[in-house]
Design a protein around this ligand. Structure first.
Ligand code: NI
Length: 501
């Protein structure tokens, strides 16, 4: 195990150490504004676009590139108007990965149990689970889940922190981070200063029931509660602050190391995947300078004469995308990738390689929220943040937006128009996320294809990536020519929706 860890870590280091020295420090991002008003029109920093929101102070959130070589798992499901998207990190540390996977899987399972398919809610239930890096150093890493659950009437936000030793792979309990008796007293004091907060709602041991322990950018200790846990639901998530000076007296040596890793982070030992393959193939050596990147343009195709078709890959980039690029390169095919900003942030070099190979990149929002549930300014942030990170890391400007789940309303159309993006949907849904079968994915793509079709698949599933060579071979045998969505559609109008060419 340790040997594999080291070897994979080295491979990852070869790709990335030139730009992220293992001993380098990373400046914490500025926190999100507290209790963000859903209609706030302030231009957010990059951090505020994807960071936490809470009533009270919010934790320092770090760039995930700090955790070099991290592998994310994405689980995206949409059936019978039940929408689920979960994205979580894996560190190559069995105990940590087990605890993290269990947390996300159990949350998905509970949601599916609460909202069985076949029920007809007034609005589609939605579960959205992401993650943020809280802290990093050679001796301690912290990250937190970031959850949103909509049950058909109102939404609720949750969070949960995980702290661990990246050398031993051991998880730290709250008792290893702080003196719990002293912390209980400090927490009760902090609650007294906040009107509307009633710790008794969290049970006899509010500290034990608090899902989040984290640190503010200035080093205060934050104890976080889920929405509706200790205050009226309208308050959102609640965090109580124990000022740094007071926290000093109740943190253990490990707790102080966790605080220091939050406010003065440095890279932990390279994390390595256990289940997923290391990205291989060509990667660029650094974040591209957009002006220096010259993506290889796809060959000109006249789709009035050729029988054109477009392959589209959603929810990436991810750990299997490099392999997919190899398939596409060998076949001489260019495809369209609808990327999530959060995944581009985690896999910037892969996003760059996708563009450098001449593929098209479109926007799939930052974190896969159902946009019809958001305010116009929130939709603008979802789109704008993703456009910016695609420009920065892939060096290209997207022209297309694919809203998650294909969910659209007048606000989504208007936001796409404002951003200058056409809405690119699909007419062939392979359901690859559901079957997770290479054979069935090939069959669905080939069976559904028509002239001008836009085929929907996901490069986050290895079964789908394995299906691509056969999809290309079989459709070419039927006379189809593969093009990007922009090639297929020709001139498009921002804000207008397209299902096929
Ligand atoms: Ni999607």
């Amino acid at each position: 195990m340790r040997r594999g860890f080291a070897v994979v870590g080295l491979v990852l280091c070869l790709q990335a150490c030139a730009i992220t020295p293992p001993t380098g420090t990373v400046t914490p991002r500025a926190p999100a504004t507290t209790a963000a008003s859903p209609t706030s029109t302030a231009t957010p920093t990059r951090s505020a676009e994807d960071g936490f929101t809470a009533s009270g102070d919010v934790p320092a959130v770090l760039d995930p590139e700090l955790l070099d070589g991290i592998v994310t798992t994405v689980d995206s499901r949409s059936e019978f108007a039940r929408r689920i998207f979960a994205n979580w990190p894996q560190f190559g540390l069995p105990l940590v990965d087990e605890a993290v996977s269990t947390h996300y899987s159990d949350t998905i399972r509970d949601f599916e149990r609460d909202y069985p398919v076949g029920t007809q809610p007034t609005a589609a239930p939605e579960l959205n689970l992401g993650w943020h890096v809280l802290a990093g150093s050679p001796s301690v890493v912290g990250f937190a889940s970031d959850g949103y659950e909509f049950g058909g009437a109102s939404g609720a936000r949750s969070w949960r922190s995980f702290w661990f030793d990246p050398r031993s792979g051991a998880l730290y309990s709250a008792a290893e981070l702080l003196d719990r008796n002293a912390a209980r007293t400090a927490l009760a004091t902090a609650a007294l200063t906040r009107s509307g907060v009633d710790l008794a709602q969290a049970g006899a041991d509010p500290l034990g029931a608090a899902p989040l322990l984290a640190f503010s950018p200035s080093g205060d200790l934050l104890v976080g509660f889920d929405q509706c846990q200790v205050a009226a639901c309208a308050e959102g998530r609640v965090s109580l602050t124990i000022p740094r000076g007071q926290a000093d007296t109740l943190l253990t040596a490990t707790g102080r190391a966790a605080r220091d890793a939050s406010i003065h982070p440095s890279a932990p030992p390279a994390v390595a995947p256990t289940a997923s393959p290391t990205p291989t193939g060509p990667t660029t050596s650094a974040t591209p300078d957009p002006s220096a990147t010259t993506p290889k343009p796809p060959a000109k195709v006249n789709c009035r004469k050729a029988t054109c078709i477009a392959l589209t890959f959603d929810d990436g980039p991810g750990p299997h995308t490099q392999k997919l690029l190899g398939h596409l390169r060998r076949a001489g095919v260019h495809a369209t990738f609808f990327m999530l900003g959060s995944q581009v942030e985690a896999y910037p070099k892969v996003a760059s390689a996708v563009a450098a190979a001449g593929n098209e990149i479109g926007v799939h929002t930052w974190d896969h929220r159902d946009l019809t549930r958001l305010t116009p300014s929130q939709i603008d942030r979802e789109i704008g943040s993703t456009v910016r990170i695609i420009r920065k890391d892939a060096g290209v400007s997207p022209r297309l937006l694919r809203p998650p789940y294909g969910a659209m309303n007048a606000h989504v159309h208007a936001a796409a128009r404002r951003a200058g993006l056409a809405l690119a949907l699909w007419d062939v849904d392979t359901l690859d996320w559901k079957t997770r079968s290479t054979k069935k994915t090939v069959a669905a793509a080939v069976r559904g294809a028509r002239r001008g079709s836009i085929i929907l698949v996901h490069d986050i599933h290895p079964t789908t990536v394995a299906a691509v060579p056969a999809i290309i071979r079989k459709l070419r045998a039927k006379g189809y020519t593969f093009v990007t969505v922009s090639q297929l559609l020709g001139r498009t109008k921002p804000g207008q929706k397209y299902f096929h060419g």
